[in-house]
Design a binder for this molecule. Structure first.
Ligand code: PLP
Length: 423
């Protein structure tokens, strides 16, 4: 595998861009390699600047549920571009997309479009505080909700592998209203609520944790969060930036049958463009400016190109419910191969999977929380990553990210991937 051009670009990029990348996990640091610079991608495949093509399971960290450059999405985007890139004024597209989101997730009665998951979560928290008149929020250790100051506490994703769980540059006063509970540990939530419950605006949770690898909620955990937030008059926020439109068209809330008060979305909802959303009960969302006193705004919010990509993506997902069965079955095949690899090599592997989200942890322990997730052998992960890459398979360059299966992965892709896993 020749990666000369990627290496050269990486050297040059590091002179002008911190670490040579615009988002830390892309730097391949935790697997000790040079990042691939991508030239193009189509369907299930991604091709780097040296001409190497890989079967892609990063899928841009989640948005690519249809694979890359789906013709219907691309056509619609091209045609939208001809009408102008941004107006800073309302468009019919925003209404169409809002309707689609509210229909997909009935707990979302009103929704605001923004430009990134970080912005969606930051704004949802502000709205929850404005609505309840309370300051505290509870988040879970290893859950990642973007990089806004108040949430960069015991975060997951690249904040785990870069060993900066608490980022420098965040004044202590900005996080003093953030309380941290343990995922899947009801007692840790109960204790915090007993002390602070009357002052807790919201509990925010990734309904499936997908930023410390993939960690599923244990039976009853999400129901428990629903109940305890109701008891204390706090809001329950589901961060569905990853799970939204992925676990099913109605996201994790449909999958697990829970109705949160607020939901944040990103990734798939923007169809590969920088777009995200937050929404929830009408009375809560009516706190947002210009109706209510919670200020939130954005020059490019509801951008016509991004909404076009989002609408076309959701249209395709809605028209093809069989995609969800297909990606679930394919992910199950990959999970089985990863487990078999563990048996064959003698290197212990625990595979967690729900629907098309999966992750191999190199540990003999059951992985159901932050401590068990971080018990994974990172060197073993790096070796597995290198093996996959050499075999033409592009998986996340970090233990603490998910493997995403898309509707573009063919039977041959899955078969080939299983062969490489087992080779
Ligand atoms: C659950 C979750 N919330 C929020 C975010 C932040 O989204 P963005 O990277 O678009 O700011 C992410 C990003 O991966 C995420 O996984």
């Amino acid at each position: 595998m020749i990666t000369e051009k990627s290496q050269k670009l990486f050297e040059e990029s590091q002179k002008k861009i911190p670490g040579g990348v615009n988002s830390p996990v892309r730097a391949f640091r935790s697997v000790g390699r040079t990042p691939l610079f991508i030239h193009h991608a189509k369907g299930s495949h991604i091709t780097d600047v040296d001409g190497n093509t890989y079967i892609d399971y990063v899928c841009s960290w989640g948005p690519g549920i249809l694979g890359h450059a789906h013709p219907q999405v691309i056509e619609a985007v091209k045609s939208a571009c001809d009408r102008g890139l941004t107006y800073g004024a309302p468009t019919e597209n925003e209404l169409i997309l809002a309707d689609m989101i509210c229909e997909a997730m009935p707990s979302v009665e009103k929704v605001r479009l923004v430009s990134s998951g970080t912005e969606a979560v930051m704004s949802a928290i502000r709205t929850a505080r404005g609505y309840t008149g309370r300051d505290y929020i509870i988040k879970f250790k290893g859950n990642y909700h973007g990089h806004s100051d108040g949430l960069l506490v015991k975060a997951g994703s690249a904040a785990l592998t870069t060993a900066v769980p608490d980022s420098s540059g965040v004044p202590a006063s900005y996080t003093e209203n953030t309380l941290v509970a343990l995922y899947n540990d009801k007692q840790s939530v109960t204790s915090l609520m007993e002390t602070y419950g009357e002052k807790v605006a919201a509990i925010i949770v990734e309904p499936v944790a997908a930023n410390m690898g993939v960690v599923l909620p244990e039976d009853g955990f999400l129901q428990f969060l629903r109940k305890i937030t109701e008891e204390y008059g706090s809001l329950l926020i589901f961060d569905e930036v990853i799970t939204g439109f992925r676990l099913g068209y109605g996201g994790a809330q449909e999958y697990f049958g829970i109705r949160p008060d607020m939901t944040t979305m990103g990734k798939i909802v923007g169809g590969g463009m920088p777009m995200a959303a937050y929404g929830g009960r009408r009375d809560i969302m009516d706190m947002v400016s210009p109706v209510g006193p919670v200020y939130q705004a954005g020059t490019l919010s509801g951008n016509p190109i991004a909404t076009t990509a989002g609408i076309e993506t959701l249209k395709l997902l809605k028209a093809h419910p069989e995609y969800y069965r297909q990606i679930d079955e394919n992910a199950a095949k990959l999970a089985a191969a990863l487990e078999k690899r563990g048996e064959r090599t003698g290197v212990p592997v625990t595979v967690n999977r729900v629907g098309s989200l999966l992750c191999a942890f190199f540990t003999g322990r059951k992985v159901n929380d932050y401590d068990s997730a971080t018990s994974s052998d990172l060197e073993a992960y790096a070796a597995y990553f290198g093996h996959m890459l050499e075999g033409g398979i592009y998986v996340a360059p970090s233990q603490y990210e998910a493997m995403f299966v898309s509707a573009a992965h063919s039977d041959e892709d899955i078969e080939r991937t299983c062969q490489v896993i087992l080779s």
